[in-house]
Design a protein around this ligand. Structure first.
Ligand SMILES: [Zn+2]
Length: 142
């Protein structure tokens, strides 16, 4: 592992967004990452959190975790682990509620990643809940 460099992938506005929306990053998850807009749906938040993992945006991940389930050590834990994983693909399996008029929502997804050169798959159903109007990640079940 020591020969593997910790490389943060490019974050060009004109690159395709890592969340696999097939939109450019500049009009997909970047406005959320830069605090210029807030996700209107649980799915948008879920995608922007995936691309935040991809770009190692620890602060965004902390900020978008619901205060009810956010561990006080979350930032430290993420900083220690986020570089161990390279995310490679996101597939949305199903979405339940999480719309503009909902207060809660669920997104089932499969996220593919590499760790120590080996491919893995995370199949999770995440729950989202609004906090002060903004969508937050509550918890997940894999
Ligand atoms: Zn995106």
């Amino acid at each position: 592992m020591s020969e593997v460099k910790k490389r943060i992938p490019g974050q060009r506005e004109s690159s395709l967004c890592p969340c696999k929306s097939e939109l450019n990053y500049g009009i997909c998850c970047q406005p959320f990452h830069h605090g210029k807009a807030k996700p209107e749906t649980a799915l948008q938040l879920m995608r922007s959190r995936y691309s935040a993992y991809f770009f190692r945006k620890v602060d965004y991940l902390v900020e978008t975790t619901h205060p009810d389930t956010r561990s006080p050590n979350l930032k430290k834990e993420l900083e220690e682990t986020i570089h161990q994983v390279n995310w490679s693909f996101l597939t949305i399996v199903s979405v339940s509620r999480g719309g503009k008029d909902d207060k809660t929502g669920k997104v089932e997804f499969i996220a593919e990643y590499f760790q120590g050169g080996e491919p893995f798959e995370l199949h999770e159903t995440s729950r989202f809940k609004r906090h002060k109007g903004a969508w937050k990640y509550l918890d997940g079940k894999s």
